[in-house]
Design a protein around this ligand. Structure first.
Ligand SMILES: [Zn+2]
Length: 477
């Protein structure tokens, strides 16, 4: 029998606000426990929340980036449950009337085919605190610094069909959120948390099978692994004639295993009702229009523009638009160099390699786009060879300065004088008689070796294209 997986995701995104959603406490990761709390986020009787406008602004921008319909009036709801890290006894969230619904997010699957995932809704909510199990032996401690941190929960339709697609979608979603700068998307610090709903059905079936929910996954590779394992498990159960139990599964990243947490509550168990302490969230149409007008160019649009305007391949354009910083850097280099293809090759090649080596990215890389552009110009007009230019790039990163001055100071100007080049060529041909004979007898791959010898004699400064021509002449090929 042929099976098909059906996957939907719930992604919790921590908004990068300075303060919590309903009180004035700062949002800080890693500080001493319970040092950023107040009567509001502790849920003390009589404390009244007020909504942080910066969180609303970021949620609005998120909704627009997801292509959602923004609702000018949304309603805060209480989701009631008891848990030690939830001092109020309820989470303030949005339920029946969320801030945004009906969006679309595109991604490319492993074969490079564009897929589109429907976004059911995006709603605002506050985070809970954190239970800490390893601080006091035999007891659980609670840190409420995180309680009240603003989140947007993004819920997709069950449009994904494989674990690999789920991961590819998440990579695209994260890139989108980074482009619109609503979250730091730091997965280690929990700024992006993913739950996955998984079911399987026979191919061609339109009804959904019973689903399980995977929680507690904190990396995209973890999501892919967990979903893959769960798909295989469900198929095995069904093929053995059993049925899939609706349940919540916890992902154990160390063991690479899922374990059952509890049978899933139905939503009515939470007794949602509108929060009496908070008025509905009202946004003016003019504010939505202004936010839409201020959205930056989104990643896929920018990638398409890079292929059209710069004549880059889809792959190269994809690499160069992975982050806003890289895309900006490339565009500035291309403008300075006046050659977009060379700029793409330099940014993706030597510059990226140097960034990796120096553990930097385009935001921290010290070589200004104008300097790299100038250096590319020096290669193009024959002043320096490619190899020497790489040396100049390293010096630029370490000491700064102007490419031209470095080339002169280091004596890296390319030698293109035929007499001088011919001198090195004949030296090599006269001295390495054995290799030359073998080359002439048909061992043509020795050309590279002989080329290398000439370049070495020139201290790397010879124009390699001209050397190649002169050497072939001298060898009689
Ligand atoms: Zn507070």
């Amino acid at each position: 029998m042929s099976w098909e997986a059906v996957i939907g995701l719930e992604v919790h995104v921590q908004l990068r606000t300075e303060r919590k959603l309903f009180c004035g406490n700062r949002v800080v990761f890693g500080d001493a426990p319970n040092t950023h709390v107040c009567p509001v986020c502790l849920g003390l009787p009589g404390a009244l929340p007020t909504t942080n406008p910066q969180a609303v602004e970021l949620a609005l921008r998120t909704a627009l980036a997801l292509g959602c319909t923004v609702h000018l009036r949304s309603v805060w709801a209480r989701k009631n449950y008891f848990y030690p890290d939830l001092p109020k006894g309820y989470q303030t969230t949005q339920f029946e009337e969320p801030i945004a619904t009906a969006g679309l997010v595109a991604f490319d699957d492993a074969d490079g085919v564009e897929r589109v995932v429907r976004i059911t809704r995006a709603h605002m909510e506050e985070d809970a605190g954190k239970s800490i199990h390893d601080r006091i032996p035999g007891n659980t401690a609670v840190d409420l610094n995180r309680a009240g941190t603003p989140l947007v929960e993004i819920v997709t339709e069950p449009d994904l069909r494989s674990a690999a697609d789920a991961r590819a979608f998440l990579v695209s979603l994260k890139q989108l959120l980074e482009y619109v700068d609503v979250s730091d998307c730091n997965m280690e610090e929990g700024s992006l948390r993913v739950d996955a709903n998984v079911s399987v059905r026979t191919k061609g079936e339109t009804e959904l099978g019973a689903k399980t929910e995977i929680k507690n996954v904190n990396s995209f590779s973890g999501v892919e692994k967990a979903v893959e394992i769960e798909i295989a498990r469900q198929i095995e159960v069904l093929e053995a004639g059993g049925s899939v139990e609706q349940e919540t599964l916890l992902w154990d990243d160390h063991r690479g295993r899922l374990r059952s947490m509890r049978s899933k509550e139905d939503s009515h168990d939470y007794r949602y009702f509108p929060c009496p302490d908070l008025p509905p969230l009202v946004i003016e149409q003019a504010v939505v229009d202004a936010a839409r007008a201020q959205l930056p160019e989104l990643p896929r649009a920018r990638r398409d523009r890079f292929t059209d305007a710069y004549g880059l391949s889809v792959y190269d354009a994809g690499v160069l638009t992975q982050s806003v910083a890289t895309a900006d850097y490339f565009e500035a280099v291309a403008a300075a160099a006046g050659d977009s293809k060379a700029a793409a090759n330099w940014v993706m090649g030597p510059a990226q390699a140097l960034m990796n080596e120096r553990k930097e990215d385009a935001t921290t890389f010290p070589v200004a786009a104008a300097a790299l552009g100038e250096l590319i110009g020096l290669v193009a007009d024959g002043t320096v060879s490619d190899g020497a230019a790489k040396k100049v790039l390293t010096i630029l990163a370490e000491d700064g300065g102007s490419p031209k001055a470095i080339v002169e100071a280091q004596g890296l100007t390319q030698v293109r004088d035929d007499d001088q080049l011919a001198g090195w060529v004949s030296e090599v041909v006269e001295e390495l008689t054995d290799e030359v004979t073998r080359y002439r007898e048909g061992e043509t791959r020795l050309l590279g070796f002989l080329m290398g010898q000439v370049m070495k004699r020139s201290g790397g400064k010879a124009d390699p294209r001209r050397v190649n021509e002169l050497l072939r002449d001298a060898l009689g090929s």
